[in-house]
Design a protein. Structure first.
Length: 166
């Protein structure tokens, strides 16, 4: 007699399911290895639950075959996909705050074109000094763009006001 287990996913519990039903739903894509299974009151990962049946392949980037000459004859295997992105580098709180201040000053370049441009360029220079050239280049470009747009805006307002258009 096979035992039945409950499945939990995102706070919702369903079941009970037999081991065969769980494997069938996993193969159909209804369950993933991130689902949790209740065994004797303990919640374990689906991969750990199925580890007793057969070894779960290690995480690796693969392609899922559907049909064709390259498709394996036995498609009952479980495909595990590894993340394709590199993990983000750690950013300290001071660096994050400095970046936010730099972006704020770039936005202020539109309102106060000449006064805020100096601050934004100083933040860009500080980022380049710390080795973050991508952020530095972004700050320089944004500062120049918003300064030019701000100057054009304020000159348009000045000329419109001087000709009694406003």
């Amino acid at each position: 007699m096979s035992s039945h287990h409950r499945i939990r996913w995102k706070g919702r519990t369903t079941g009970p399911y037999s081991r065969e039903e769980i494997r069938a739903k996993l193969a159909a894509g209804e369950f993933s290895l991130l689902h949790r299974v209740e065994i004797s009151g303990q919640w374990v990962g689906l991969d750990e639950f199925l580890a007793g049946d057969r070894p779960v392949p290690p995480p690796r980037a693969t392609t899922r075959y559907s049909s064709g000459p390259d498709a394996p004859a036995d498609q009952s295997f479980i495909t595990v996909h590894a993340p394709l992105r590199r993990p983000a580098k750690h950013v300290s709180a001071a660096t994050g705050n400095r970046a936010n201040l730099g972006y704020f000053l770039c936005g202020m370049c539109f309102v106060l074109p000449l006064a805020a441009t100096l601050g934004a360029c100083l933040m860009a220079w500080e980022s380049r000094r710390e080795g973050d050239t991508k952020q530095s280049d972004t700050l320089y470009i944004l500062a120049a763009l918003f300064t030019a747009l701000g100057l054009a805006f304020w000159l348009a307002v000045f000329f419109a006001y001087s000709r009694d258009m406003i």
